[in-house]
Design a binder for this molecule. Structure first.
Ligand SMILES: *[C@@H]1O[C@H](CO)[C@@H](O)[C@H](O)[C@H]1NC(C)=O
Ligand SMILES: *[C@@H]1O[C@H](CO)[C@@H](O)[C@H](O)[C@H]1NC(C)=O
Ligand SMILES: *[C@@H]1O[C@H](CO)[C@@H](O)[C@H](O)[C@H]1NC(C)=O
Ligand SMILES: *[C@@H]1O[C@H](CO)[C@@H](O)[C@H](O)[C@H]1NC(C)=O
Ligand SMILES: *[C@@H]1O[C@H](CO)[C@@H](O)[C@H](O)[C@H]1NC(C)=O
Ligand SMILES: *[C@@H]1O[C@H](CO)[C@@H](O)[C@H](O)[C@H]1NC(C)=O
Ligand SMILES: *[C@@H]1O[C@H](CO)[C@@H](O)[C@H](O)[C@H]1NC(C)=O
Ligand SMILES: *[C@@H]1O[C@H](CO)[C@@H](O)[C@H](O)[C@H]1NC(C)=O
Length: 569
């Protein structure tokens, strides 16, 4: 009967406590071992929730909330619990409860208070006191020792003193300098090893308290263990990077665990963050590390938001203690193969277009060129005529009317009047009574070109074949050096095999010009396609029209070769 009622009674007592603190997550125990008669403060902190709006309450071992009255020896100030000073009986478990709107943590602290005999010659001070801090100085370098003082801001710290052994250090010397809570030790030597202490006076609500920190100092040789940090990358190499592009280069370092080297990127012996402190265009990244059994692997990057021209060629140096390695940015090498192929293609296109243009405008170009050089061309070759005109003699009026018109009217009109050439036309220019063979033979020698006009009619062929005049002329033209033959077909000739062999040969070698005009005024213009072709095969003009009357008559269509105007063929 009594047992359940007792249980019920216990539960009713326990319930409020449970609700007050018990619903919280329990975290790991903090252990604090502090010498008696000193002030002690401990901050209740449980990131991340204590960073936000959270309430903090300290409880003593007896589950009683710690007083917030700052006059009490043990009290809570903001998030701190303060002991001003510690008594031996304060050892025990304390905990703080951190509550935010959606979470709650219970953080316990095991405080052990002990008696310390500092510089008490009557008692031996044990080595490595529980509250002792361990610090390292590196031989041959300058180092510093720190007095660890964790107290809320409401406590005023002053009158810091340093001791080596039991002797106070005079900080004004060459060897020691004082700055804030640090003691600087210059040019560390093996004698600097030993037990140090720092003492600080605290002012709190008009009372003074003294804190004493013991520090055990050991000396390490520089590069102890024979290991210096090793920079794996960069390797004094260069990196090709385009102008204006971003760039990140990792510095990869392995170092021993005990080495506390500085790792950084420098340019021109200045930290990059300082060198580019205005633009922040180039920044050093945040160092990351991965721990291995006997070494640590560090990565610290350098970030170029945008590579500029001034960045090329100068070394960006990654430092890790005494080790250094640099990287140099270079502009990407131009792709010569691409340039070569591009150049060849351009050249090919150029050649093809020049050939096309030349083929299309060959005649115009030559005519223009001749006119441009006209004045300078006056070679004397002892020729009287520019061309000898050979044509089938009209037999039937109807058939050869066109030939006669072309030879006796258009040729003189265009080539002689408009272009100033001098022609020898058989049947117009020979003296009466001369023997035909003689006329041809003599005069053809005085001509620069032979114009042969051919017609497809079979009748004419027969005529042509039978006429010794033609044969002689063609023969002479062929054997005479430099004599060029201009074949003009009155109509398209489908079957050349019926032609004399000499004509076939000329046609094959030099081609023929086909009469394409009619007999209107328009066809009498030197600028038409047909006449341009003829003029092209004619020698450069030597006899410019001198009569102003002629010029006047033909202003719309004269043969000034520069005015040709380009036409395509
Ligand atoms: C003490 O803890 C609070 C959170 O509980 C934190 O905001 C504050 O910065 C801490 N103070 C020190 C000196 O660490
Ligand atoms: C507190 O720490 C002391 C010494 O470190 C230890 O003897 C004791 O058992 C601890 N108490 C608790 C409750 O953990
Ligand atoms: C500390 O308190 C003492 C006396 O209580 C006073 O003389 C001294 O000026 C105070 N020092 C500081 C830094 O407040
Ligand atoms: C590098 O620094 C030296 C002096 O420290 C200075 O004279 C020089 O102009 C700097 N070079 C560049 C490229 O900034
Ligand atoms: C950048 O650094 C130079 C020298 O290190 C200093 O003179 C200058 O004031 C700094 N500028 C800024 C914006 O911090
Ligand atoms: C470089 O460092 C920055 C800052 O530490 C970091 O945010 C970034 O991810 C790093 N970049 C690379 C490629 O490691
Ligand atoms: C490794 O990095 C962590 C944070 O990322 C840092 O707290 C720690 O001190 C670093 N370790 C060393 C040996 O630098
Ligand atoms: C890279 O250059 C630094 C000097 O900047 C030099 O100390 C180091 O030995 C060089 N490293 C290699 C691998 O050449």
């Amino acid at each position: 009967m009594g047992v359940p009622s007792l249980l019920l009674c216990r539960m009713s007592i326990a319930l409020p406590l449970f609700v007050g603190a018990g619903a919280c997550h329990h975290t790991d125990m903090h252990y604090e071992t502090i010498a008696v008669d000193q002030p002690f403060a401990f901050n209740c902190s449980y990131p991340p929730i204590t960073n936000g709006a959270a309430s903090v309450r300290w409880y003593a071992a007896s589950k009683i909330p710690v007083s917030k009255d700052i006059q009490h020896r043990i009290h809570q100030e903001q998030t701190w619990i303060l002991f001003l000073p510690l008594n031996l009986g304060d050892s025990g478990i304390y905990y703080c409860v951190v509550k935010s709107s959606d979470s709650c943590y219970r953080i316990p602290m095991n405080l052990t208070v002990f008696v310390k005999h500092w510089c008490d010659t009557s008692r031996r001070t044990p080595e490595n006191l529980p509250d002792e801090y361990q610090q390292i100085l590196h031989m041959g370098k300058s180092g510093s020792l720190t007095c660890h003082l964790l107290f809320p801001d409401s406590l005023v710290l002053h009158s810091i003193k340093w001791y080596k052994g039991c002797k106070e250090i005079e900080p004004s010397g060459d060897q020691f300098n004082l700055q804030g809570q640090k003691l600087y030790v210059n040019n560390v030597s093996p004698e600097d090893k030993g037990n140090y202490a720092c003492s600080v006076t605290l002012n709190h609500t008009g009372k003074q308290y003294k804190v004493l920190n013991s520090i055990s100092v050991s000396i390490k040789r520089a590069g102890s263990g024979g290991r210096i940090p090793k920079i794996i990358y960069p390797e004094n190499n260069s990196i090709e990077v385009k102008l204006g592009s971003p760039l990140i280069v990792d510095c990869k370092i392995t170092d021993t665990k005990e080495n506390t080297n500085l790792r950084c990127w420098r340019v021109n012996s200045t930290l990059v963050d300082d060198y580019y402190n205005n633009t922040k265009r180039i920044r050093e990244g945040i160092e990351t590390n991965v721990s291995f059994k006997d070494h640590i692997f560090y990565t610290v990057n350098i970030t170029f938001l945008e590579v500029k021209m001034e960045d090329y060629g100068i070394p960006f140096v990654c430092h890790a203690g005494v080790s250094a390695a640099y990287v140099v940015l270079t502009l990407p090498a131009p792709d010569f193969r691409a340039y070569l192929i591009g150049g060849l293609i351009t050249l090919a296109v150029l050649v093809v277009s020049v050939v096309c243009i030349y083929n299309n405008f060959k005649i115009d170009i030559v005519l223009w060129y001749r006119s441009a050089l006209h004045s300078t061309r006056a070679i004397e070759d002892r020729k009287l005529y520019d061309a000898y005109v050979l044509y089938p003699k009209p037999q039937k009026e109807s058939q050869n009317h066109d030939v006669a018109t072309l030879v006796l009217k258009l040729l003189p009109e265009v080539l002689e009047k408009q272009c100033g050439y001098k022609l020898f036309i058989f049947g117009r220019d020979e003296f009466p009574g001369q023997a035909v063979a003689n006329v041809i033979d003599e005069n053809i020698k005085l001509c620069r070109r032979l114009i042969v006009i051919i017609v497809p009619e079979s009748l004419s062929f027969g005529l042509l074949k039978n006429m010794s005049e033609e044969q002689i002329a063609v023969y002479n033209a062929l054997i005479q050096d430099g004599m060029k033959v201009i074949l003009i077909e009155m109509e398209e000739i489908e079957d050349y095999s019926t032609m004399p062999e000499s004509i076939q040969y000329i046609r094959q070698k030099h081609g023929a010009i086909q009469w394409s005009g009619d007999f209107t005024e328009q066809s009498q213009c030197a600028k038409t396609k047909f006449w341009k072709k003829v003029r092209y095969h004619m020698p450069p003009r030597r006899y410019p029209p001198s009569s102003p009357v002629q010029l006047l008559r033909h202003t719309s269509c004269d043969c000034r070769e520069g005015d040709t105007g380009l036409i395509t063929h």
